[in-house]
Write a protein that binds this ligand. Structure first.
Ligand code: TMP
Length: 224
């Protein structure tokens, strides 16, 4: 079976992931890698509908467990409708947030039983895990400033952005802990640097990973 390459982009708020994903997608297409850009929560029509329910804060009164189930349902739909079929067709899939956001936001800074989270994660990802994860690391104070500037004054912070600085600091640490525990999958990117410097670091990490695959794996993602 042809196997594409699955790259996820993780990190706190305002880390500049979207800009870098767009630039990387262009670079990959220029080099004839068939590339799909997507995001979580969202990425399929069903999951995009759930995204709105979660990020608007409409599900917050249901409690953290029920909110987590919505994330999991959205992820499962996204994987089965979009990610798994794209990987089967040899695409490079770039996904803005994935299961590490779940491990950090619902796990490290949530109140849900870790064993329950692990079990729901297993069911929702159903064997699909990233080949490479770039963790965009930035001081949350700086990230939140950027997120607020991007949003403008007329729009309120979303369900998670509005949480305390102390929680955002714990999230930063939790992402770094994941990177330390899974060094083969994760690369930490210093997202406080200027856009071009970050772009160079992203390009280097992605092409190093793509080039380190076997010739058969490399062929699967060329011009598919
Ligand atoms: P964003 O697309 O602007 O980053 O918003 C997504 C928000 O949802 C962000 O605050 C992180 C949060 N999130 C979770 O809490 N759990 C998850 O599993 C995912 C994918 C995102």
């Amino acid at each position: 079976m042809a196997r594409g390459f699955f790259i996820t982009f993780e990190g706190g708020e305002g880390a500049g992931k979207s800009t870098q994903i767009a630039r990387l997608a262009q670079k990959l297409r220029d080099k004839r890698y068939p590339t799909v850009v997507t995001r979580e929560p969202g990425g399929s029509p069903g999951a995009e509908a759930v995204r709105h329910v979660i990020l608007s804060g409409a599900a917050e009164p249901f409690g953290q467990e029920m909110e987590a189930l919505l994330f999991a349902a959205a992820r499962s739909d996204h994987i089965e409708q979009l990610i798994r079929p794209a990987l089967r067709r040899g695409k490079v899939v770039l996904c803005d947030r994935f299961v590490d956001s779940w491990r950090v936001y619902q796990g490290a800074t949530g109140t849900i039983d870790p064993a329950l989270l692990e079990e729901i994660e297993r069911v929702s990802v159903n064997g699909v895990m990233p080949d490479l994860t770039l963790i965009f690391d930035i001081d949350p104070e700086e990230g939140l400033k950027r997120a607020s500037a991007r949003r403008g004054d007329d729009q309120a912070a979303d369900r998670f952005e509005k949480e305390t600085l102390a929680i955002h600091k714990r999230r930063r640490q939790a992402f770094l802990d994941i990177a330390r525990k899974e060094p083969k999958r994760c690369v930490v990117i210093d997202a406080s640097a200027d856009t071009e410097t970050v772009e160079n670091a992203v390009t280097e990490a992605v092409f190093a990973a793509l080039d380190s695959r076997s010739p058969a794996e490399q062929e699967a993602t060329q011009g598919a």
